[in-house]
Design a protein around this ligand. Structure first.
Ligand code: NA7
Length: 442
């Protein structure tokens, strides 16, 4: 969506833009934000793309992800809170592109099956399948932009004896809601965003206990009674789980919050990105242009502090390379550039270092395009305040509000504290409930 919008933006200034085709596996756009109740495979037998769950609310302030050229004020026409639920964020990203005519470029329900580069003609042959009709076709393109994300293919490690566990067992990718965790003893394996948020959701929905298991380091929040962190799981024995510190606990449900794999089954290994989940994957010049090709681009391949506005910065950069406004340096210069950033990346010690690093990375991209520059240092401050709020209280940080970096508008406190809010719908979110509980739509 960022890439379509980037081209649309150039077109509005009178630029000629190339022919664009966007292949989208799902029946609608929105990617991760396009919630699917299914798990495993979809109605066409394709792996379900989205890891979204019903009760997901943004876990970072919206002021840190706001588009510089389509603000929350412009979309909603009134201040909203800093941590909206998924339907509200989907409405925002959808609203931006619905207001242009870019949907015409998208072929929905169409899966990219194979992409092959032909050096002689300097083109890619792209074979796609319409999953509704089963029809396959191959077309040629001068450039390919990979925007399939990297939080879809779960990393599913093995634990001794896990096959004997008789409770509910799933990866976070297949988690759709925490209601069924009420009155249950729940184990989350992993110590990052999925574990943190699914654990907090489980607590909110009345889980009897929530236990996290970390491999490297605990999250270290000031957990309320009923939530605790233990080191790594060593083995399962039926419902009993053993941990490296000798602890053992019984669980009803386990969620593997063990992250995701970069997985690009439509690309040869020399073009497919292979990387751990980090803020500077090797092999992407300026985080966008695939090493070994100046015609293949990736968007959003980094681990993400910044999200929507980073994708924009990348899309504007890719657009300008394709339009010829940005000239790519030689392969050697690109390698040296990546090495310099990798050297800096290797020195990052804290989360705050990573946030600043990503801010600098985005600044570097925006400086080369006409994407509106915004106060990235202010966004860094918001991220640091967010981290502080989470340390203070992991259950209430979503009740805090921040000013927009783009417009200065102060976010409005949501009418109901997040922990008490059990209705995640857009209607409820935008309503003004009366004290007697009757809702009034505004
Ligand atoms: P992340 O952020 O990639 O985190 C994965 C977590 O899973 C991390 O704590 C890992 O521990 C842990 N992990 C991975 N493999 C194992 C094994 N084998 N055993 C125990 N723990 C393991 O993924 P998330 O799903 O939480 O978040 C996805 C993205 O959503 C995130 O990057 C944000 O952009 C939002 P480690 O610390 O590596 O030891």
């Amino acid at each position: 969506m960022a890439q379509l919008r980037a081209f649309e933006s150039a077109k509005r200034t009178g630029r000629a833009i190339p022919e664009i085709v966007c292949f989208e596996k799902q029946a609608d756009w929105g990617g991760q934000w396009n919630f699917d109740w299914r798990t495993g495979v979809d109605q066409h037998g394709e792996p379900v793309h989205s890891s979204m769950y019903r009760n997901l609310w943004s876990n970072g302030p919206k002021e840190a992800l706001e588009f510089a050229e389509y603000t929350f004020d412009e979309h909603f026409g009134k201040p909203i809170s800093s941590y909206p639920p998924r339907e509200v964020l989907w409405d925002y990203i959808n609203g931006r592109v619905e207001r242009s005519d870019v949907k015409q470029y998208v072929r929905f329900s169409t899966v990219a099956r194979w992409v092959e580069y032909d050096a002689a003609s300097e083109t890619f042959s792209v074979t796609v399948e319409n999953v509704k009709t089963g029809a396959t076709e191959t077309e040629r393109f001068d450039h390919v932009i990979v925007a399939t994300g990297h939080f879809s293919t779960p990393n599913v490690p093995q634990f001794d004896g896990i096959a004997t566990f008789q409770g509910s067992l799933r990866h976070a990718h297949d988690f759709r809601g925490a209601e069924d965790l009420a009155d249950k003893d729940v184990l989350l394996i992993g110590a990052s965003y999925s574990a943190e948020d699914i654990g907090v959701q489980a607590f909110k929905m009345g889980a009897r206990s929530v236990t996290f298991s970390y491999r490297t380091a605990p999250m270290g929040f000031d957990w309320p009674n009923g939530m605790e962190e233990l080191p790594l799981v060593t083995s399962f024995e039926g419902d009993t789980v053993h941990f490296t510190n000798g602890a053992e606990r019984r669980f009803d449900a386990v969620v593997l919050c063990t992250g995701y794999l970069h997985h690009y089954p439509f690309l040869r290994d020399d073009l497919a990105l292979s990387s751990p989940n980090n803020v500077y994957p090797d092999g992407l010049y300026r985080g966008v242009v695939r090493e070994g090709s100046d015609r293949l681009f990736y968007l959003g391949a980094q681990d993400q502090w910044f999200t929507f506005n980073m994708f924009d910065a990348q899309a504007w950069f890719a657009r300008d390379v394709i339009l010829g406004d940005i000239e790519l340096p030689s392969a050697e210069e690109r390698r040296a550039h990546m090495d310099a950033w990798l050297a800096r990346f290797a020195k990052l010690e804290s989360a705050a270092d990573q946030v600043r690093f990503q801010a600098d990375y985005i600044r570097d991209l925006i400086e080369q395009t006409d994407y509106p520059m915004f106060d990235l240092d202010e966004v860094v401050r918001i991220f640091l305040a967010w981290k502080h709020d989470k340390q203070e209280n992991i259950l209430t940080y979503r009740d805090k509000v921040y000013p927009s970096v783009m417009t200065g508008t102060m976010a409005a406190a949501h009418h109901t504290p997040w922990l008490q809010e059990l209705d995640d719908s857009l209607e409820r979110y935008l309503s003004s409930p009366e004290p007697n509980g009757v809702e009034r739509l505004v």
